[in-house]
Design a protein around this ligand. Sequence first.
Ligand SMILES: Nc1ncnc2c1ncn2[C@@H]1O[C@H](COP(=O)(O)OP(=O)(O)OP(=O)(O)O)[C@@H](O)[C@H]1O
Length: 633
Amino acid sequence: MSEKKQFKTESKRLLDLMINSIYTHKEIFLRELVSNASDASDKLYYKALQENINGISREDMDIFLSIDKEKRTITIEDHGIGMDHDELEERLGTIANSGSNEFKNALEKGVDNVDIIGQFGVGFYSAFMVADKVEVFSKKYGEDKAYAWVSDTSDGYEIFESGLDHHGTKIVLHLKDNTEEENYDEYLSQYEIERLIKKYSDYIHYPIKMEMTVSKKKEDSDEYEDVTEVKVLNSQVPLWKRNKKDITEEEYNDFYKSKFNDFTDPQRVMHNRVEGNITYDSLLFIPSQVPMNYFSSEYEKGLQLYSRGVFIMDKAKDLVPEHFRFVRGLVDSQDLNLNISREMLQHDRSMKLIADRIEKRIQRELEDMLKKDREEYVKFWKNFGMQIKFGIYHSYGMLKDKLQDLLLFYSANKKDYITLNEYVEAMKEDQKDIYFASGETVEKIDMLPACEAVKDKGFDILYLTDNVDEFCLQMLRDYKEKTFKNVTQGDLNLESEEEKKELEQKTTDHKDLLDAIKEALGDKVVEVRLSSRLKSHPVCLTSSEGVSFEMEKVLNAMPEAQGQNVKAGRILEINPNHDLFNALVNVNEKNADKVKDYASLLFDEAMLIEGFTIEDPVGFSNKITSLMIEASK
Ligand SMILES: Nc1ncnc2c1ncn2[C@@H]1O[C@H](COP(=O)(O)OP(=O)(O)OP(=O)(O)O)[C@@H](O)[C@H]1O
């Protein structure tokens, strides 16, 4: 008996998009369906191995394609695990797979761009880009009954009992009518299908067969005749098992894009065969763009795991360390036990050995890129550098030796990214520390008054713009015995002995003024002092040792902070060589009750420069207004 069912809302939207798609790479439908057939065969083969089922061999599990020009259909048939009634319903009636889930999320966010089809690899539903009716006949391994799932619109589908003489799945696509823009008939050409299989599915390790009509010379005659023969279209050698020398860049790129649902070529490809203690092939990629879901909890790190070409699992997370979680790829090792479970993998010695090698391999690739191709490395850094910095931070500095030379920071002098080593190499003779300053953007940091004196000395400053930066430096503690020094924190010791003495003298001379300002500001500041840090600016705010301003901002923005209100100790520093200082001295002598207003204005000014909001903006502007009026009298 047949039942008409409705698609779930998201599935309907996705299907509508497929049906009306103007996506130019419709040909990927074949790749998606063949991959599904291959996955279903893998599942059965894996089950047979685990449960010791006899009579299932990979050689018998071919994928069969056929074309019917009259009926305008393409059929894709596998001998895999198949689906029962409920599975047909669950898996084809709702959006379940990871790719389409992201697609769904993107749709919800209002991204209605057809190009994202390619990005997510929406699997089975891509059939509707080329077909207006899709029939799926399936028989689950070990069951007697077979079922059909049929749909010809996005409104719904039917499921009913139907015949299929073997376990597995047969999908029949009824091609859409040709339009002015689109010639669907091209998929009825055996050569086109052959080309698509070669392009996208050559490495599938089951034979993909098709009955082809070929023209052959008759025996003992010069005449030709059309004969049909079953031809295997794919080479079946997984790409990673082939010799590196024979693989073109395009092949790697196509493989990466189809396997990992990316629409841009990878930035780097690492293909290795390792023999010895442990034997494996690995094929790793560094994406050239940050995946859409990279910063969401949906992104899972990990590599695909194969044993002797048999797929074991999708995201073996222990194979890549957290700081390289952006790497995608696969590992195929004959040394792994096929029966291994996810839990056991964690403790498996071979897995540990492989993971160790993989980490070193990625590290080497990055070091190499940094050394030989700076432009590429900066591109990589902008995408994934944050991960490396988090690696140092999260490991409490334990990964320091491994990762510190991969770090890049923006240099005030070079106006470009530099490594810590480059900073130290370029340090002046009399420079003891590595200076850094933090802020929202490079431009804003560059304007910080506190940077001036350091720059004046010709010392370089690293400009930190990521939240994690200061925390990362804190974990590093030092680099080549040079400590990191925040230009807006603590004593910089930039002045000569003479300048120091002069400053001390001025501080003693104007103690009453400094005390009056401190009193006016109360516990808003821990100290008010004269500064040698400032050149052309009248005033700045620095923090005492411990929590810096940037840390204060980052920590308070974290959800965990929950109103704890972390606060850096504020020090108001005044430039004794600025005209404003003389004005303050004057006011203190002649009109002492005005010092309070001046102090408050100076403090607010300094707060604004540091990127904080001020407590009482109305009071601030009232005070400025009165000063302006007074000045004009
Ligand atoms: N030929 C098939 N044999 C058995 N099951 C299938 C077959 N084709 C599809 N399925 C089932 O339908 C589900 C949905 O398929 P779909 O292609 O949409 O997504 P997917 O393959 O899971 O994900 P992705 O395309 O992101 O790899 C699959 O997970 C699988 O369980």
